[in-house]
Write a protein that binds this ligand. Structure first.
Ligand code: UT7
Length: 318
């Protein structure tokens, strides 16, 4: 049986940083409120003119370097983003052009914060069935472009960044399973409700019923991690690391409690990164791989939840 295996990770954060103290000057909020309610202290924001694909290119090159693969050898690109550079061509194709690899499939998936989980799940299937051999999976966002900087309920949360992994075929696992879900009943609770076909509203901005999203995220992520372990016949104790979507420290703590996992076994970047949507999981993964916490052979549970709602998880033998 062929598995897909993560052979390299990479990430990139834009240089500009906005702290909670900066936000105090922009909206009616305090550093204390943001830290205690979300766990966030600072976040990175793209420079003027710096696009989602600009961020992704750096992350992708770093992941390819780590895997020892030439950019021109990439034969498949799955790109999760909610903030594409253009209506079309899609971000996967734009990245393909930058990397100089030609001919293989390149596409983007717009499943909000679950974008990387969806992209990973799709790419995994292609590698497993032998149709892709050097796949790049990306999560990259410039959420600052659709953040309403006058809304304290959302402005303190969202941020920019990119993360990438390379998937290659392997006889040893590998990605053990992925689990994707969506429920459109909740479409109005977290959205950016304008677009090409519907028409652009005066403001192209994220709106969110934060508290309702919070409660459902805790439930769905809890179910998702249990589903993932059950599908693999594994106990909670088998896990080495939880690599969660970095939306809110309290949501992460609730998921860790459900897994009986001490917080020392949870990769946390929310304090420094904020919520980078599709980029958040591969960013956190890359941070922990590069600082030596995540090592080869360990068992990781990746999960994310976002607008739609969309959510998903993956069990990975790193
Ligand atoms: O990545 C996709 C998924 N997204 C998420 O998972 C986000 C989920 N939601 C959350 O993380 C939290 O709901 C928030 C951080 C957005 C809000 O935290 P909360 O504990 O749910 O607060 P709340 O919305 O119930 O608001 C509590 C109070 C309200 O004031 P009153 O009505 O009690 O007087 C808000 O107006 O906090 C107020 N508030 C703020 N105060 C200071 C809301 N935002 C702020 C703020 N600064 N930035």
């Amino acid at each position: 049986m062929i598995y897909s295996r993560i052979t390299g990770t990479g990430s990139y954060l834009p240089e500009k940083v906005i702290t909670n103290f900066d936000l105090e000057k922009m909206v009616d909020t305090t550093d204390e409120w943001i830290r205690t309610r979300t766990g966030i202290e600072r976040r990175h924001i793209a420079a003027d003119g710096q696009t989602t694909v600009d961020l992704a290119e750096v992350a992708a090159r770093r992941a390819l370097d780590a895997a020892g693969i030439a950019p021109t050898d990439v034969d498949y690109i799955a790109f999760g983003t909610t903030t594409p550079d253009l209506v079309f061509p899609n971000c996967g194709v734009l990245l393909q052009q930058r990397l100089g690899c030609r001919g293989g499939p390149a596409f983007s998936v717009e499943t909000a914060c679950a974008g990387f989980m969806y992209a990973l799940s799709i790419a995994d299937k292609y590698v497993r069935c032998g149709e892709a051999r050097r796949a790049l999976v990306i999560g990259s966002e410039t959420l600052s472009r659709i953040t309403d900087w006058s809304d304290r309920g959302t402005a303190v949360l969202f941020a920019d960044g990119a993360g990438a992994v390379v998937l290659e075929p392997s006889e040893a696992p590998g990605i053990l399973s992925t689990h994707l879900h969506a429920d459109g009943q909740y479409k109005d609770l977290l959205c950016c409700a304008s677009g090409v076909s519907k028409g652009f509203a005066p403001k192209l901005k994220i709106t969110m019923s934060g508290n309702e999203v919070f409660k459902i995220a805790v439930i769905k992520l809890g179910e998702s991690v249990e589903e993932t372990l059950a599908a693999n016949g594994l106990n909670k104790e088998a896990l080495d690391w939880l690599v969660p979507h970095q939306a809110n420290i309290r949501i992460i703590q609730a998921t860790a409690r459900r897994l009986d996992l001490p917080m020392e076994k949870v990769i946390l970047t929310v304090k420094e990164h904020g919520n980078t949507s599709a980029a958040s999981v591969p960013l956190a993964l890359d941070v922990a791989v590069r600082d030596g916490r995540i090592t080869r052979g360990q068992l990781l549970l990746l999960e994310a939840f976002g607008g739609g709602f969309t959510w998903g998880s993956a069990l990975v033998r790193y």
